[in-house]
Design a protein around this ligand. Structure first.
Ligand SMILES: Cc1ncc(COP(=O)(O)O)c(C=O)c1O
Length: 348
């Protein structure tokens, strides 16, 4: 299916190999060595996050497994605490357990943010506390900076490391009155993604102190991620740091404008009502299967991808989908999104 425009980051036109190659030419010169873009990316991300060292990984899934493994080996503890809907649990087939023998202790309510009081119920020694910023599967909610700092302090005092699943940290920063480095300072290790709002091709970076990153590099090799020619992924990410990173506040403002239009119309509604980052959820009065059929029809007839997948709901007559506003999302006006959503039932 030819995707001409997409409300998600995975826009067909921006990610077509020909288009990516065309834009990448600005990032390589005849003198560029294969290792240069990767090193530049690692240095730049370390600088942005205020960490001594950063390491490229082919995926965030691998980066987080490596980080948790290092924290476990260092503390001699094999349980980590995280939100019940952490990406590690919901989307990664529990690789932390299957590959590393780690255990997840889910903390708090599935549909609410994890709190300090939730953490205090752990009752067992933790290798790490993982905080996902924003909490994607509950609509991109963010704890306040004070809550975050209190959770990090509690974790440290209990001997656990604090790890940030910052797949959308670039976006989450817009929800705080703090810099990327100030947020990252709360964490021992921070993972950031290179292909969400940055709209790179793929890839991730893990940042931390020299020792932790040196150990993570061993695990990257063991897991098969020490690819020497990662430069196209790194160059695409450098492009994202130049083009997309300065626009995060604009992405959030546009997400808020789209959400406001959806809520004002009333056919669908969003959570949160006012997005705190460029990510939010749209709740539809349609079954998941109907929403999927309608979205496929929309794509087939217009080349517009409204969402990648729809989430089921305990009420089978309803479902929801995620919106991530980035460069691609800004190509849609709020009114246009409302019309596309309202038109879904006629496409079932
Ligand atoms: C919150 C979160 N964490 C981790 C990941 C894993 O990233 P990757 O797809 O690079 O493995 C994702 C990917 O969507 C994510 O949304």
């Amino acid at each position: 299916m030819d995707i001409r425009r997409s409300l998600s980051h995975h826009s067909g036109s921006r990610r077509s190999p020909a288009e990516v190659l065309r834009r990448l030419t600005a990032y390589v010169s005849p003198g560029t060595r294969p290792e240069d873009p990767v090193r530049e990316l690692e240095d730049r991300v370390a600088g942005l996050l205020g960490k001594p060292k950063a390491l490229f990984f082919p995926t965030g899934t691998m980066a987080q497994q490596a980080a948790l493994r290092v924290h476990a080996e260092r503390t001699g503890r094999w349980t980590f605490a995280a939100h019940p809907q952490t990406h590690l649990q919901v989307w990664e087939n529990q690789g932390y357990s299957a590959v590393h023998g780690l255990r997840l202790h889910p903390m708090g309510d599935r549909h609410e943010l994890m709190t300090l009081d939730d953490l205090k119920t752990a009752g067992e020694p933790l290798a790490a506390v993982v905080v996902e910023l924003p909490q994607r599967d509950i609509g991109g909610l963010l704890p306040s900076f004070e809550d975050l700092a209190a959770q990090a302090k509690w974790a440290r005092e209990s001997g656990a490391a604090v790890h940030c699943d910052g797949a959308r940290l670039w976006e989450a920063q817009t929800g705080y009155d703090a810099s990327l480095a100030e947020i990252s300072a709360l964490f021992d290790t921070v993972y950031v993604s290179l292909y969400k709002a940055l709209e790179g091709v793929r890839g991730a970076v893990l940042a931390g102190d020299d020792d932790t990153i040196a150990q993570a590099a061993v695990w990257r090799r063991r897991l098969g991620g020490a690819i020497v020619d990662a430069w196209p992924l790194a160059a695409a990410a450098l492009m994202g740091l130049d083009d997309a990173l300065p626009r995060m506040a604009e992405f959030k403002a546009h997400a808020q404008a789209i959400a406001a239009a959806i809520n004002a119309d009333g056919f669908a509604h969003t959570t949160p009502q006012v997005p705190v980052t460029p990510l939010f959820h749209v709740h539809l009065p349609l079954s998941r299967q109907d929403a999927l059929r309608a979205a496929e029809d929309l794509l087939a007839h217009t080349g517009i991808r409204l969402f990648l997948y729809a989430r089921s709901n305990p009420d089978p007559r309803r479902c929801s989908f995620e919106v991530n506003v980035g460069i691609s999302g800004c190509e849609f006006t709020p009114d246009e999104v409302v019309e596309l959503i309202k038109g879904l039932p006629s496409r079932v």
